[in-house]
Ligand binder design. Structure first.
Ligand code: B1M
Length: 217
């Protein structure tokens, strides 16, 4: 089976909410020597976005999106450790603290960004989802990371990114750390409006922007 076929198999398995097929496809990808990061990005993620598109068009129910997200995660559990192994073999480029902001429980995009950053050699502390601004401030104080990354998938949670930046300023920490924001509704102009240092459109861009931010420090 060709590489394209394996990626397609992963995509279709997520589209079908078939966790067993996702696990089989993920193991097959590893056995065939496919890049685990590419298997996530070009296989699993495409399947999830297909289901998201169907939801957007009113052709799928929220429960189907949740099933697709579970199938995605089943594959991520197999592929992520392999991505991380690669990352560990590289010199640490910098330390990143990342989370999805308060009021928002979308974790897939944030987790992919975290995995990719690890894959490219960053040390990543993932705070999870629905992270209050207090928690971001506490971790910046305690761990002194190079970058704070915030993901927001809801237009209603985007202002939380602004709040965290303001709170960093009030705590006298803003000059100590670079801030990167991302998530489907987030734009470059929103990032500059709220005073973030970088915006990542996708996981690969997030990695490139993180490298640039580190180079500027
Ligand atoms: Co939600 N949801 N959802 N959802 N969901 C969206 C975001 C939505 C656009 C769907 C829609 O209506 N068309 C919509 C938001 C509308 C808006 O605000 N404008 C929406 C809504 C409304 C909701 C609920 C309110 C629905 C409800 O309950 N009535 C609810 C919110 C709950 C809450 O958070 N409080 C909700 C719930 C859910 C599920 C639980 C069912 C599930 C999440 C499961 C999970 O994460 N474990 C879910 C899903 C899966 C989606 C869609 C379909 C897919 C999101 C996703 O995972 N995308 C989404 C529709 C869509 O986006 N097309 C939708 C794949 C992921 C890889 O992409 O997260 O964009 P993304 O991440 C990308 C980039 O954005 C970037 O890199 C990633 C990888 O390339 N990126 C960064 C992300 N973070 C970054 C950080 C960076 C840099 C780059 O630097 C730090």
């Amino acid at each position: 089976m060709s590489k394209e076929n394996v990626l397609q198999k992963l995509r279709v398995a997520v589209q079908n909410y078939d966790e067993d097929a996702v696990r089989i496809g993920a193991r097959e990808a590893l056995e065939k020597g496919l890049d685990p990061a590419e298997s996530i990005q070009s296989g699993l993620m495409r399947g999830l976005l297909d289901v998201g598109e169907r939801w957007n068009c009113g052709e799928a129910f929220i429960t189907e999106v949740m099933l697709a997200a579970s199938a995605f995660k089943a594959g991520l559990e197999i592929l992520e450790p392999k991505v991380t192994e690669k990352g560990r073999s590289l010199k640490t480029l910098g330390r990143v603290v990342i989370g999805t902001v308060q009021g928002d429980i979308h974790d897939i995009g944030k987790s992919i960004v975290a995995v990719m950053l690890k894959a490219f050699g960053f040390e990543v502390q993932d705070l999870g989802v629905d992270v209050p601004s207090d928690r971001f401030i506490e971790v910046v104080k305690k761990s002194n990371p190079d970058i704070v990354g915030m993901s927001a998938l809801l237009t209603t949670s985007m202002p939380e990114q602004k709040k965290v930046i303001e709170r960093l300023g009030q705590a006298g920490l803003r000059d100590n750390v670079k801030v990167m924001v991302g998530g489907a509704p987030v734009t470059k102009s929103w990032a500059s409006e709220i005073g973030a240092d970088a915006y990542g459109e996708d996981a690969f861009e997030a990695v490139n922007k993180a490298k640039t931010l580190i180079a500027k420090r």
